[in-house]
Design a protein around this ligand. Structure first.
Ligand code: CP
Length: 312
């Protein structure tokens, strides 16, 4: 399995992962899941991963750090780089990345600006892994999302996927769509508030890939023949002003018991999390609610990715 971009193993976009590479990564993630249960010799002894996060995170940072520790490597971390790194003194992202690259063998970067991971990769001497760049991409979340779909449903072709919530600002949606569009027979139903629609270039790219794209006025309408409901929260931190209408609309796009009653028995509900009201907690006990299983998959998938990026 070889992840390369410009001669170095940076992970900047989901576009870097064609189906053959995804298959190899998922096979490795399956091995890592077995390793988590049964143990095994360290795979990355003596290697150091830096997590450089300029935005808050629970899942991405901690699952990357857990993955590295479980591979026998070590971690150096700044969880609030915006306030507690030299960024507060005016150091540029590029300079910080040049410096941290001298202390670690790879850098996992989260940043509020779209394109920040590509900027970091352009100057870094060690691999940079994009852990979310503004409303741009979140490729490693998409990897674990696709791994979850494959684990839960056993296939990636002929999927009927409902993308719900904030499709304008949801970077996980943008990356997952890139991965899904490589598979035949895809149908995507877009279900979200009017002001938060999927950007036109992404819709166009989906259609050009051969996918069927529909729009729905409510989640209840969208889910009736779905295989996957991918719910997302409204990214309030990326809105210049509160969207009153979107808030009102949000009720039509909530996962509720009524929505679950309309969802086919073999389908799954996913969410990158955190959720802030767009999935009723009453739904959690439904076996089709896959979002906590999805979050757990972050560790084996990121173990597989780190082993590939840092392995010989
Ligand atoms: N899914 C995700 O990116 O969660 P965090 O913001 O907690 O990392």
């Amino acid at each position: 399995m070889e992840i390369r971009s410009g001669g170095t193993r940076h992970v900047v976009s989901a576009e870097q992962f064609p189906p053959a590479l995804l298959e190899a990564l998922f096979a490795s993630a399956g091995e890592m899941a077995r390793r988590l249960r049964a143990g095994g010799p360290p795979l990355l002894p003596g290697r150091v991963m830096a997590t450089l996060f300029y935005e808050p995170s629970t899942r991405t940072r901690l699952s990357f750090e857990s993955a590295m520790l479980r591979l026998g490597g070590q971690v150096v971390s700044t969880e609030n780089a915006r306030d507690f790194s030299s960024a507060i003194k005016g150091e540029t992202l590029e300079d910080s990345v040049r410096i941290v690259g001298g202390y670690a063998d790879c850098i996992v970067l989260r940043h509020p600006e779209e394109g920040a991971a590509a900027r970091a990769a352009a100057v870094s001497t060690v691999p940079v892994i994009n852990a979310g760049d503004g409303r741009g991409e979140h490729p490693t979340q998409a990897l674990l999302d696709l791994y979850t779909i494959r684990s839960e449903l056993g296939r990636l072709e002929g999927l009927r996927v409902v993308m719900a919530g904030d499709l304008a600002n949801g970077r996980t949606v943008h990356s997952l769509i890139r991965l899904l569009s490589q598979y035949r027979g895809l149908r995507v139903t877009l279900a979200g508030p009017e002001e938060l629609r999927l950007p036109a270039p992404a819709v166009q790219a989906l259609r050009q890939s051969g996918a069927e794209v529909r729009e729905a006025q409510s989640l209840l309408e969208a889910v009736v023949d779905a295989d996957v409901v991918y719910q997302t929260r409204i990214q309030a931190e990326r809105l210049s002003q509160p969207l009153a209408a979107a808030g009102q609309d949000a009720a039509r796009f909530r996962v509720t018991r009524e929505v679950m009653a309309a969802l086919p028995p073999g389908a799954v509900v996913m969410h990158p999390l955190p959720r802030v009201g767009e999935i009723d907690p009453e739904v959690d006990s439904d076996p089709r609610a896959a979002y906590f299983r999805q979050a757990r998959n972050g560790v084996p998938v990121r173990m597989a990715l780190l082993a590939s990026v840092l392995g010989e």
